[in-house]
Write a protein that binds this ligand. Sequence first.
Ligand SMILES: Nc1c(NC[C@H](O)[C@H](O)[C@H](O)CO)[nH]c(=O)[nH]c1=O
Ligand SMILES: CC(=O)[C@@H](O)COP(=O)(O)O
Length: 164
Amino acid sequence: MAGTSQHGKAFIRPKKKAHLLVIEARFHDDLADALLDGATSALDEAGATYDVVTVPGSLEIPAVITFALDGMAEGGTGYDGFVALGTIIRGDTYHFDIVANESSRALMDLSVQDSVCIGNGILTTENDAQAWTRAKRSEGDKGGFAARAALTMIALKEQLGAQS
Ligand SMILES: Nc1c(NC[C@H](O)[C@H](O)[C@H](O)CO)[nH]c(=O)[nH]c1=O
Ligand SMILES: CC(=O)[C@@H](O)COP(=O)(O)O
């Protein structure tokens, strides 16, 4: 598959011990396991801690980040960043475009408007084969990529002195 490099130079790690929330959509169960394996391995390797919550589909992921932010404002668990995991495989109808575009749009709104550190590991593929190549930790490892991206955003926020 094209683009399976580890993109090593793109990633940095925060100085602080980061605590993240991983939100996994289990619409495609086995693929969800593969993405989660990649993401948690990357976070473990970086010495980060994390909680994992599960939602039915990718469309539910952004709202969970909002719930967590609301919880933080009320004194709940503090998260430095978020990892969004899911797989959206094209079907026969326009539903694919809704789920793919709207989940990404909402994640981008949160990251840009609310300064939230997010790694987007939601796959959008034409078929199962494309999804597996990208989800497997031994191949595309998009779960690991998303986790490392979230850590990089936490590090950059720290480096630029933004309020966390
Ligand atoms: N078709 C896929 C979905 N669809 C479900 C939605 O995400 C959502 O859960 C539902 O509309 C109820 O609000 N989700 C995926 O993650 N992947 C798909 O392929
Ligand atoms: C995300 C999708 O497109 C899919 O799971 C739904 O399939 P369909 O468009 O055939 O209903």
